[in-house]
Design a protein around this ligand. Structure first.
Ligand SMILES: Cc1cc2nc3c(=O)[nH]c(=O)nc-3n(C[C@H](O)[C@H](O)[C@H](O)COP(=O)(O)OP(=O)(O)OC[C@H]3O[C@@H](n4cnc5c(N)ncnc54)[C@H](O)[C@@H]3O)c2cc1C
Length: 264
């Protein structure tokens, strides 16, 4: 917290950086400390208030507190809904079967779906135990809403790897990502998200060795390369795209959930 607030003033830049995926500075990185009880949200809140009085108060300082409120929200959400946050139909008890496909699930876990933004994030998770919020939203969306796989397998995988694993934040965000809370459903276009948040393909190249020689945004859509270009750039080991499945969408539309284009 000393680093993020007082040494670097990054807290005053959070709003513009928060959708990043690469490096230390795009977000607070306080989640693991919170999850393990090393620091309390109240302590962070009061320190930000002090920072606002002594240095600056702006949209960014406001927004970090707003994110902490999401953490609180999922705690109350868990208190309210209990074990339903772990159930296939979510808190709305939606009917509809999720698809079971062991090979597709394995490819998602290993970061070999052929969708670069997703694969880069899954490889980062496997290597470090961390993934940005932008990444988490995208990998959860594709698993549940495009592949139609049981979202609980995704939540379980996150539970086994995240350094900041927290029951309410993980399962609450997952059940929401699967569209099973009655709120709007955020189905992300993972290619567009790549162009929006990794426009030069730098993040993707950092985590996907097979794409390291692919310049610029082409790394976000390697399928546009010809066979000869693939050979020349050494991308032949990168898999073809895993295609959408069926099943999950039906469940996700249960009980009047609305679909939206996504949180930015
Ligand atoms: C599918 C999915 C699973 C997730 N699982 C977890 C988890 O197990 N543990 C966890 O701490 N967070 C989880 N999150 C929320 C969020 O992605 C992380 O808290 C955040 O990326 C951690 O990085 P940071 O500390 O730099 O966050 P910052 O962006 O700096 O945010 C500051 C703090 O606000 C809280 N926060 C921010 N966004 C959320 C959110 N959407 N829900 C709840 N709290 C939030 C966290 O405590 C975070 O440390 C999950 C999100 C998704 C979409």
């Amino acid at each position: 917290m000393k680093h993020y607030l007082w040494d670097t003033d990054l807290v005053a830049k959070y709003f513009g950086l928060r959708n990043g995926m690469l490096g230390e500075d795009y977000s607070t990185k306080l989640s693991a400390h919170l999850a393990h009880g090393c620091i309390s949200p109240r302590r962070i809140y009061h320190e930000i208030r002090r920072y606002e009085q002594e240095r600056t108060a702006n949209k960014s300082t406001y927004w970090v507190v707003f994110e902490l409120a999401w953490r609180d929200f999922f705690r109350f959400f868990t208190l309210k809904h209990g074990n339903r946050i772990f159930q296939a139909g979510g808190t709305v008890r939606a009917a509809g079967a999720w698809r079971r496909d062991a090979d597709a699930l394995r490819r998602w876990k290993e970061g070999r779906t052929g969708w670069p933004l997703v694969d880069a994030n899954m490889r980062e998770l496997a290597s470090t135990g961390f993934m940005s919020n932008r990444g988490r939203q995208n990998v959860a969306s594709i698993l549940a809403l495009d592949f139609g796989l049981d979202w609980r397998a995704g939540a379980d995988h996150f539970e086994s790897l995240l350094v900041d694993y927290d029951v309410s934040s993980n399962w609450g965000n997952w059940v929401a990502a699967a569209g099973l809370t009655g709120g709007r459903v955020n189905k992300f276009n993972v290619v567009k998200q790549g162009f929006d948040y990794d426009p030069d393909g730098e993040y993707v190249r950092t985590w996907i060795q097979e794409l390291r020689n692919v310049e610029g945004s082409t790394a976000l859509e390697p399928w546009v390369l010809s066979a000869a270009e693939r050979r020349k750039l050494g991308t032949e080991d990168y898999p073809e795209r895993l295609q959408a499945g069926r099943g999950g969408q039906a469940a996700a539309r249960g009980r009047g959930a609305k679909r939206a284009r996504g949180w930015g």
